[in-house]
Ligand binder design. Structure first.
Ligand code: ADP
Ligand code: MG
Length: 258
């Protein structure tokens, strides 16, 4: 019987997740499953807990000593489930497999090449030849290779905002993550760079399940397969693709919570 189940397993399971900072409740009983091939978006106004939700998945909230996390976050790696908050879970390895792209591009003040190569050399101990191949593949995946292949040793800071964000994405992809977390990844980009990155995410989701957050309803309509609406740390509404595409419905939901 087991073998006949057609429903795919999720890659990420968030169950009854609550986060407090110094006693203040920032997330309350959030539940979410992320399946292969999906781009799920959490949308909500500023301060609704979007970033905290993403940071709960790779345990970045713990950088704050006054943070308290309850509930369960599980990730499936090579067909094995890992409880992210179990003390035995190797945190450094976990963070390599859970790629995160931040709101503002954060390239290191090194060359374009070194930005992608450094984590491969340091974290994976990869040799120079392998590294070169992996860097090229990652830069191709984010459609940056043709723009930078003749200037790989220029500083990454000479790139435009959109190129820098694609470089940061390449840095994450080079590590071959199991899934991607995107925290308002186009927030500081202009229209053209935003559309370019959005198109990339549409392609990348086929290979990497994506959990993204945004406060932009337009972006939600363009990208999301499923949506959860956050307000004051609670999930107050959920939408799937037909509802997202229904302008009346999605407008009503947005108006109720923004
Ligand atoms: N390290 C922290 N210490 C205390 N409060 C925090 C911390 N990080 C976030 N918060 C608070 O948690 C709430 C949600 O923040 P955040 O997750 O960043 O929201 P969003 O990304 O939706 O704007 C806000 O009220 C914010 O002030
Ligand atoms: Mg945020």
């Amino acid at each position: 019987m087991e073998r006949m189940k057609r429903i795919p397993e999720p890659m990420l399971e968030i169950a009854d997740l609550s986060v407090r900072f110094a006693g203040k409740q920032v997330l309350e009983s959030v539940n979410l499953d992320l399946y292969p091939g999906e781009l799920v978006m959490a949308i909500g106004p500023s301060g609704s807990g979007k970033t905290t939700l993403l940071r709960a998945v790779n345990r970045l909230n713990e950088a704050y000593p006054h943070c308290n996390t309850r509930g369960q976050v599980r990730i499936r790696l090579a067909d094995r489930w890992w409880d992210i908050y179990a003390p035995s879970t190797p945190l450094a390895e976990l963070r390599l497999r859970v790629g995160m792209v931040f709101q503002h591009p954060n390239p290191l003040p090194f060359s374009i090449y070194k930005n992608v190569a450094l984590p491969l050399r340091i974290s994976l101990g990869m040799n120079p030849k392998e590294t070169l191949l992996r860097v090229q593949r990652a830069l191709e995946a984010v459609q940056l290779w043709s723009e930078v292949k003749d200037r790989l040793h220029d500083s990454a800071l000479t790139l435009s905002g959109g190129q820098q964000q694609r470089l940061c994405l390449a840095r994450v992809l080079a590590l071959e993550p199991a899934l991607l977390l995107l925290d308002e990844p186009t927030a500081s980009l202009d229209f053209k760079a935003t559309r370019h990155i959005e198109a990339l995410f549409q392609t990348l989701k086929q290979r990497y399940p994506i959990l993204a957050v945004t406060h932009n309803p337009g972006q939600m309509r363009r990208l999301a397969d499923r949506v959860m609406v956050l307000q004051d740390g609670r999930c107050v509404a959920a939408m799937s693709r037909p509802e997202i595409e229904d302008p009346e419905h999605s407008r009503r939901v947005m108006e109720a919570f923004f």
